[in-house]
Design a protein around this ligand. Structure first.
Ligand code: SAH
Length: 257
């Protein structure tokens, strides 16, 4: 499905931006790059900035006009850093991602079109697009780097594509091969901790046994809010032990000494 989506860069002057765009695409699983009349391509700078996405550059199609780049397309989404005079159907990047993913899933060929670094797309080029997409940047500084703009749109396409596939968009929690230190402690270990905590708080004069003011209940509520792992419990118990030593006036050793 993502193979139905092509990224079209029109009149790019900095080869580094072509490389940056290729990298952004590959990160998001989009591989078809079409370059319309690039100033300097192929180039070492593009390769360097692509860092590992050189297959995208190697397979990039270079054409003379936008018309050539859009051959076979069913849906053309053109990006613009600013509002144009002619009103045109507008999408935000999320809507663009949803539309591209939906239509690509139905077999449509889709182009995401990006303009020149200094001048964007011409009005004529923009009029070849079904929709215009504007990344809602700060109006006082609205123009993103070309590679960054490609990244934003490809990211949105990927998010919609993952959702359509029912694939998770969150990195699965890495299962730590059950070492004891990553296990949550048990109730009885928590009880030992509360006993240790209470004794320490009394020793340092923070808790007055005659007037406890629900302090331990509050501590239980605090520590009960989330599981405490064994490694965390070791730290807490270590802190209490050292605190008791200080309270007793015993010499203690700092870990870094
Ligand atoms: N001075 C140009 C800036 C072009 S930036 C202009 O005003 O149009 C180069 C390309 O990056 C743009 O043509 C567009 O494809 C993309 N781009 C940069 N900022 C964007 C934004 N806020 N929304 C959508 N596309 C953007």
């Amino acid at each position: 499905m993502l193979q139905n989506i092509r990224v079209v860069l029109v009149g790019t002057s900095h080869p580094g931006n072509i490389g940056g765009a290729a990298r952004a695409m590959k990160n998001m699983g989009i591989s078809r790059l079409v370059l319309v009349d690039p100033l300097d391509f192929p180039s070492h700078e593009a390769e360097a900035r692509a860092s590992g996405a050189s297959d995208i550059l190697a397979n990039a199609q270079v054409v003379a006009t936008l018309e050539d780049a859009l051959v076979g397309c069913n849906l053309v989404l053109g990006t613009s850093a600013r509002d144009r005079r002619i009103p045109w159907p507008l999408l935000d990047p999320r809507e663009c991602g949803v539309m591209a993913a939906e239509q690509a899933a139905q077999g449509a060929e889709i182009a995401l079109v990006f303009g020149r670094e200094y001048a964007g797309l011409t009005n004529e080029e923009l009029q070849r697009c079904h929709y215009h997409v504007h990344i809602p940047s700060d109006p006082d500084f609205s123009s993103l780097n070309l590679g960054a703009a490609v990244q934003v749109l490809c990211y949105e396409v990927r998010m919609s594509w993952l959702a359509a596939q029912g694939q998770p968009t969150k990195v699965e929690k890495v299962e730590v091969t059950s070492t004891r230190s990553s296990e949550p402690v048990t109730m009885d270990e928590m009880e030992l901790f509360y006993g240790h905590l209470e004794a320490t708080l009394v020793a340092i004069g923070f808790l007055d046994p005659e007037n406890p003011r629900h302090l331990m209940a509050r501590m239980r509520r605090l520590f009960g809010r989330s599981p405490v792992y064994r490694s965390e419990m070791n730290i807490l118990r270590g802190i209490l032990t050292e605190t008791q030593k200080v309270a007793r006036g015993e010499p203690h050793k700092r870990k870094d000494q």
